[in-house]
Design a protein around this ligand. Sequence first.
Ligand code: SF4
Length: 377
Amino acid sequence: MVEGILLGEFEVTPYSVTGRVDYDKLVEKFGLALIDDELIEEFGFPHKLLLLRYFYAHRDLDKIIKYYKEHGRFAIVSGRGASEHIHIAHVLLFRFVLELQKRFNAFLFVPISEDEKYFAKQELYFEDARRFAIENLIDLIAIGLGKKDTEVLIDTLTMNAKIYGLAAKIAKKITLNTIKAVYGFPNETNIGLHFYPAIQAAHILYPTAEKDLPSLVVISVDQDPHMRVARDVAARLSLFKPAALESRFLKGLLGENKMDASNPQSAIYINDSPNLVRRKIWRAFTGGQPTISEQRKRGGNPDICTVYEYNAFFFDTLEQAKNKYIKCRKGELICGECKLELIERMQKFLEEHKRKREKARDRIYDFLDIDINSYLS
Ligand code: SF4
């Protein structure tokens, strides 16, 4: 057994933190496999976000494990669709990716696809999408992205012949019918979105086609349609089918299933001021009772609590998360305490990130061979 797995009390499953009902449907709909304790142990990476089932589903992770055991190496692909500043769900995913890379000494490919967002968002200017691509990369460097064994691509700024050549080969294998069946675009949709899946599949298959390494793609579950296209094409190009580790969504501050990047009240952005963070968290949805005395008597519900989730996923150890869960259920915790703790932790994290970001700006030239200043103005 993997050590440290939590819960067990109160007849909860490891999904208690994630609320599994909707996610089960996605697993069934997309044909994914659930991550279980045995697989985590086999993987040899008992990361908190796996144990808590934030990453809860996969495609062919078992094959990556087998390949790693035989060859000592694989590739990770995890990118950004840039159209605004990153928020903390992106931070969570990317921190995981970097730990995964370190643990397995993996090659990491980070494609930044501002073109997709430009095609998808009517109101987004091309120049703004590019600017955010660079800003997002600076954030990723500040989070810890290093140049060893890593490549970064910004689609409309540093696209290269290898990726575009692969995308061309892929495009020839994908019909319009396939794209419509997978993505459901109506006829009125611009052709950029119809073509983009070829670029995305090229991102996913780049380490396999160019470096002979199978790709493990780390994404949130809503990105799975790209996996289906890439896996289908890989088979037809006689390439190793890419595997995936898929996360659920980080809850929105208002209690929504998914942090909504287009609603500033729903997300904590990387550049939010300390006061704004305080206000947002103080108003956040919790699983608490209407009054403190009721909370003491009946206990709270951490399963639906945004504040519990952020504390558990970002800051707590497994043991701390487990204790907090039990105390909340027993009415030994009140929401104000949890919120104050989260505010303090989040403010500190964002303040440190801001400092690291200043240094990261200069390090962007480790990854890009362009003058970023003309794109940032
Ligand atoms: Fe959430 Fe804490 Fe309130 Fe429990 S006490 S519902 S964990 S904020």
